[in-house]
Design a binder for this molecule. Structure first.
Ligand code: 5AD
Ligand code: FES
Length: 364
């Protein structure tokens, strides 16, 4: 490891932010020794905030129908070979019920931008989940919507929203998406979600086509400035029926390195070891935890639809029952010295606010 690299990692650990130029240098210089150093600092940071707890979220993929045409995504509109499905409200509730029995206390409803899920329909689903499982958090990951829509869903009980920014570089955004999709609208959505009061998650793919150390540096600065409660990053993996079918996948090593960078920037961030990371490497999720991740998101979708929600090729866990994934992850997490907890797993920042409010109310 070069002296400069060590200096930058130490500065990041101490000051929690670098300049864009410094981030770029850090990425260009990163080698195995640097990855080991940063992973050990990031793991210490994770342990200081969360001890050995790893949070789980039950992912329910509610629709593979999408009006968008992102160049990287397997469920893009123009992929006429994709099999489309949409879960009914009853099916969604039954997946959540199964998840509850298995110890999940957060449900993530994720889907393509499917016009069927109007505010009324989605609010109804959110409200019934909150009524049935009042001790659970509901996270939505349903793409770009209007501010009014986000507000209605929040009022119906949704706690968190995941919307990856995909890239913080406008030009790069334009090379990942068709012209009808707008970088400004993506950013508007994230600001609205934050204003409304959601715990917000942003994120990006590692190794997406046209990504450079410069664009990653911008992503890191964006994350450092926006300070999301959650941050989803995973390797880009090509899908055979997309314009990016011949591009190469993002690397395990760079993803791990960036997980560690993000943990050092935001010590209390909720940082998943993603399914994509487990897809590029059999032990990817365990390695993710050892690089600073503290969340895993196993699939609760009915096995009959899992193969159809195929954002990228060779996605893991498409044949396993929910209980199998839960058991499998419990073992994997144990193997790296951590434990899966039965907990909503709110952001510590929000938990603090909730506790403070309770205390103040108590005094009055
Ligand atoms: N490889 C990896 N991640 C992908 N996503 C979409 N397509 C791919 C792919 N080919 C990610 C995007 C999206 C999230 C739901 O999945 O970042 O925001
Ligand atoms: Fe699904 Fe391991 S997490 S089988």
């Amino acid at each position: 490891m070069q002296e400069r690299e060590k200096e930058l990692i130490e500065k990041l650990a101490e000051e929690r932010l670098l300049t864009e130029e410094e981030f770029e240098q850090l990425i260009v210089l990163s080698d195995e020794e640097a990855r080991e150093l940063i992973a050990s600092l990031a793991t210490k940071q994770r342990q200081a905030v969360f001890q050995d707890a790893i949070y789980t979220r039950g992912l329910i993929e509610i629709s593979s129908i999408c009006k968008n045409n992102c160049y990287y995504c397997g469920i893009r509109r123009d992929n006429c070979l994709a099999e489309r499905y949409r879960l009914t409200q009853e099916e969604i509730i039954s997946c959540a019920g199964e998840g509850y029995e298995l110890g999940f206390r957060t449900f993530v409803l994720q889907g393509g931008e499917d016009a069927f899920f109007t505010d009324d329909v989605l609010c109804d689903i959110v409200a019934s989940l909150k009524e049935l499982y009042p001790d659970c958090a509901v996270t939505l990951s349903m793409g770009e919507r209007s501010r009014d829509s986000y507000k209605a869903l929040f009022d119906a009980g949704a706690d968190r929203y995941l919307l990856r920014h995909e890239t913080a570089d406008r030009k790069h955004y334009g090379s990942l998406h068709p012209a009808e999709m707008s970088f400004d609208n993506r950013m508007r959505c994230l600001r609205d979600l934050r204003d409304i009061g959601y715990q917000v998650g942003c994120g990006f793919m590692v190794g997406s086509p046209y990504q450079t150390p410069g664009t990653i540096a911008k992503d890191l600065r964006f994350i450092g400035d926006f300070r999301p409660e959650m941050c989803g990053i995973g390797p880009f993996i090509p899908h055979r029926n997309t314009p990016f079918k011949d591009e190469s996948a993002g690397s395990l090593e760079m993803t791990l390195f960036l997980l560690s960078v993000i943990r050092l920037m935001l010590p209390d961030v909720l940082l998943p070891a993603t399914t994509a990371l487990g897809t590029v490497d059999h032990g990817g999720r365990e390695k993710g935890i050892l690089a600073g991740a503290n969340v895993v998101m196993p699939n609760l979708s009915p096995v009959s639809v899992r193969k159809k929600y195929e954002l990228y090729d060779n996605k893991i866990c498409t044949g396993e029952e929910s209980a199998q994934c839960r058991g499998c992850l419990e073992e994997r997490v144990k193997a790296v010295g951590c434990r899966l907890v039965v907990d909503r797993g709110d952001s510590p920042r929000v938990r603090k606010t909730i506790t403070e409010e309770k205390c103040n109310n108590g005094k009055i």
